[in-house]
Design a protein around this ligand. Structure first.
Ligand SMILES: [Zn+2]
Length: 151
């Protein structure tokens, strides 16, 4: 199941994402545009070794090749690790404390960080799915919620 654009929700924190987001470059534009425009989470797939990767980088961290294609992630994965912040690490998250951030191993293999949404008691290994949050300045970022039965 691809990430569904209908899962986009307003970020409940305060402030803009522009202070937090990496700048959009030729390397990252496709990734952020897919999130912004139709709620798709894209991963780079190396044409040489056929492995997915994230975050977006110009060179494959596995084999060093530069050629890749964009593929839509299934949006599901397992919680690999997590941490709960009782003090905000970043100011837009201040109103959300305590909040949790997870390291998720996506179904395609690479691991991605994201805020854990609606998971009061995270458990290592639990199944999660991507949810998308729209920040006040319109930037869409991936986060993770508990997977539903069968995901
Ligand atoms: Zn490679």
């Amino acid at each position: 199941m691809a990430v569904d654009a209908h899962t986009v929700s307003e970020f409940p924190g305060t402030g803009a994402a522009s202070d937090l987001m990496p700048s959009r470059t030729d390397d990252t534009e496709a990734f952020y545009s897919a999130l912004d425009n139709d709620g798709r989470l894209l991963l780079q797939l190396c044409r040489a070794c056929n492995r997915h990767r994230t975050p977006t980088v110009p060179v494959c961290p596995h084999c060093g090749a530069r050629e890749f294609t964009w593929t839509a992630a299934a949006g599901t994965g397992r919680l690999y690790s997590w941490v709960r912040y009782h003090r905000p690490y970043l100011s837009p998250f201040a109103s959300l404390t305590p909040y949790s951030v997870g390291l998720v191993e996506l179904a395609e293999g690479p691991r991605m960080f994201g805020r854990l949404v609606g998971i009061p008691s995270p458990v290592i290994g639990m199944r999660v799915r991507t949810v998308l949050e729209r920040w006040s300045d319109g930037v869409v970022v991936p986060a993770f919620g508990a997977a539903e039965e069968g995901e």
